[in-house]
Design a protein around this ligand. Structure first.
Ligand SMILES: [Zn+2]
Length: 673
């Protein structure tokens, strides 16, 4: 039973309207009044008194130790910018759709999503659906977060936990479903097309929307997957029966501009930004990254005390501690006209993260670390600024890269028709080379592979590019025999640390080949996938095999490779980070293959445009694929050796390079930006 005493917080229409005047602009007031009348009628009808979400969280939420950086009773003062968003979710609010584009560590999950779910179970029940990145993530969120919220808010007694007779299985209280008087919460993935079609809901909570697939499919009679549509639209259709009282809350860290869901949803709304006052001049402004200032010392390290925010009106310096002053004095202001009524959108960058969570110092540090690494800059843009990443990476001109060839000795193998070695000239390892990786692309009639030497700052040398002719289905064929020789060679005194072989074409043969090696040789499969973190691969068990396969995110790696290839050699001074060296012997064909793919705009069904890497008809691209696998192998080695930040997936590359034998960062020449 509710702990609320009858009569407390009873909302008369006048009181509700008065309260709403603060919340809603005049043009929304009529709707607000109508709502207040209706809500109050329905409340009297049900003989329950109204308690708002904001009041509920203050009274009931206790954040447990260990799950948050700020355990204890919930306090809106810590994250005052979340209050208005929660108010939109109140049954008395006329707002139907709320979309939040956000950075990390701003308290949204606990302060908005969990509070809404808890309030719905306890005070405002109705059928509710929660969709996260995928079904596993959704269920895990219920298991880890929602269950603890239910426990700590003392509302477990509201959730049915009946056992099915005989089976002993709980039915109303699982990680997929919570049933409570007057409603339920169901957790699904955006891929669950059937669930997105099967029942009516009143409340829809959508999380991590930018990680959703563009389309969901369903198996038709012939077992073929047919495109069924956009999961957001499918889910929204479930609200039809509750149209007048429905609520949709969509939130996401934005990812790639061309495929982002949250950005267009944000743009359709009134694009609210959190305006805060300057302590010195009082000017209201929303925090922008351009106004964050810092200095570095001679060796490029952040000078901690220099970090500040510069008031855009008077130039006064705000410190991180000043958040305690300006956050509670802030307010949401619309910066655009919403395209639809009763529709709000909010932007929350991590610059707003309260004291005790993400500081401006650590944000500046992340920015300095990201330097000119496109993958890190992407994650910074997404998770700190809460903005989409604009894809770049047009193919660099092959002629320019060819002009930069250098006079060092690569390796040369000669094999006879049976794949036996005739002749081998080892490479002369360039100064700075610390380890070798190999990437191989398997075609029907040949294997192509590249041996790459890597140095600190991901500087690379293409030690050898080999084309091994012969059919590839049979492991005993000349192509595979020659390939084993290359894997086993000494490469001028260094062996290959990790080789990745594309298993897309001859899957079982490649698996069989890799099973012959205990370590260091793995099958791989390319995926065009973006994630919220810096991780560019996923290791997967291969059923029925003794090996694991690396699924690698090729688009991210191709962007990095194209960025690196686009960097020229400076007239003087240190080389830019990621500089790629090629030997004089390398021919035009190779450079054409390496730069073969283009970023092609593709029109999506929803009218958005996304860019995909595409190989023009008739052009070969094996050299690019091999380089992608080699770079993925380097990432996997770094992940294995160096500390990795769990949240961002960032590897401490400096520790990695020192472990590989490089001088420590202070002692080696600085890389150029
Ligand atoms: Zn000022």
């Amino acid at each position: 039973m509710s702990a609320i005493k009858p009569g407390r917080n009873r909302d008369t229409p006048e009181a509700a309207a008065r309260r709403m005047r603060h919340l809603f602009p005049p043009e929304e007031m009529d709707i607000a009044r109508a709502w207040a009348r209706k809500a109050t009628r329905s409340h009297i009808h049900h003989e329950i008194s109204h308690m708002s979400i904001v009041e509920w969280a203050t009274m009931k939420r206790i954040l447990p130790q260990g799950l948050t950086s700020m355990p204890g009773p919930w306090r809106w003062e810590v994250v005052p910018y979340l209050k208005e968003i929660a108010e939109c979710l109140d049954p008395t609010s006329p707002i139907h759709e709320i979309y939040v584009m956000k950075g990390a560590q701003i308290g949204y999950t606990v302060g908005v999503l969990e509070n809404w779910i808890g309030y719905s179970i306890d005070q405002d029940p109705g059928p509710m659906m929660f969709i996260s990145a995928d079904a596993d993530v959704a269920e895990e969120s219920v298991e880890l977060r929602v269950d603890r919220m239910i426990e700590s808010a003392g509302i477990r007694n509201k959730v049915f936990s009946q056992s099915r007779q005989g089976s002993g299985k709980k039915t109303g209280d699982t990680k997929r479903k919570k049933e409570f008087p007057g409603g339920f919460l169901i957790a699904v993935g955006p891929n669950s097309g059937s669930k997105l079609r099967s029942f009516s809901i009143q409340k829809l909570a959508e999380d991590e929307m930018d990680a959703w697939p563009q389309q969901v499919g369903s198996a038709d009679g012939a077992g073929k997957r047919a495109a069924e549509g956009d999961p957001h639209s499918l889910a929204r259709r479930r609200l039809d029966a509750f149209e007048a009282v429905s609520k949709t809350l969509g939130g996401s860290t934005p990812l790639i501009r061309s495929t982002s869901r949250i950005e267009p949803l944000f743009n359709d709304g009134d694009q609210r930004r959190y305006f805060v006052p300057c302590k010195a001049c009082g000017a209201m402004q929303y925090l922008r990254w351009a106004q964050v200032k810092y200095k570095t010392d001679d060796s490029g390290r952040l000078i901690w005390d220099s970090v500040h925010y510069e008031c855009e009106a008077c130039g006064a310096e705000w410190r991180n501690e000043d958040k305690a002053y300006f956050l509670p004095r802030g307010e949401w202001r619309p910066t655009a006209q919403a395209m639809k009524p009763n529709y709000r959108s909010y932007h929350i960058p991590s610059l707003l993260s309260p004291i005790g969570m993400r500081s401006w110092h650590s944000i500046c540090q992340e920015w300095i670390d990201a330097h000119d690494d496109p993958n890190r800059l992407r994650v910074f843009t997404n998770t700190v600024l809460g903005e989409t990443w604009q894809e770049r990476g047009e193919a660099p001109r092959w002629e320019r890269i060819m002009l930069r060839r250098e006079g060092w000795s690569p390796e040369v193998f000669h094999f006879d028709g049976q794949g036996n070695p005739i002749d081998y000239t080892p490479p002369i390892l360039p100064e700075g080379a610390l380890l070798l990786t190999l990437g191989a692309d398997v075609q029907k009639d040949r294997i192509e592979c590249e041996v790459v030497a890597w140095g600190a700052g991901r500087e690379s040398w293409s030690l050898g590019y080999h084309v091994l002719m012969g059919e590839t289905l049979d492991l005993d064929s000349p192509a595979w025999r020659a390939f084993s020789q290359i894997l086993a060679a000494d490469h001028g005194g260094m062996s290959i640390s990790l080789a990745l072989i594309d298993s897309h074409y001859q899957t079982q043969t490649v698996y069989g080949f890799c099973e012959n090696y205990d370590t260091g040789v793995l099958p791989c499969m390319g995926e065009s996938h973006y994630s919220k973190t810096l991780k560019v691969f996923q290791l997967r068990e291969v059923s029925g095999r003794m090996i694991r396969r690396a699924d690698i995110y090729t688009d991210i790696l191709k962007i990095e490779i194209y960025t690196s290839l686009g960097k020229g050699k400076p007239d003087a001074g240190p080389l830019p980070r990621g500089y790629c060296h090629f030997p004089e012997e390398r021919g035009e064909d190779y450079f054409r293959m390496l730069t073969a793919e283009e970023r092609i705009p593709e029109k999506m069904h929803n009218g958005q445009t996304r860019y995909i890497f595409k190989k023009p008809e008739g052009r070969r691209n094996e050299a690019l694929d091999c380089r992608v696998y080699s770079l993925a192998a380097l990432y996997m080695l770094a992940w294995d050796v160096a500390p990795v930040d769990e949240d961002s997936g960032a590897v401490d590359w400096d520790v990695f390079w020192v472990a590989c034998g490089a001088p420590s960062k202070g002692e080696r020449p600085a890389e150029q930006g």
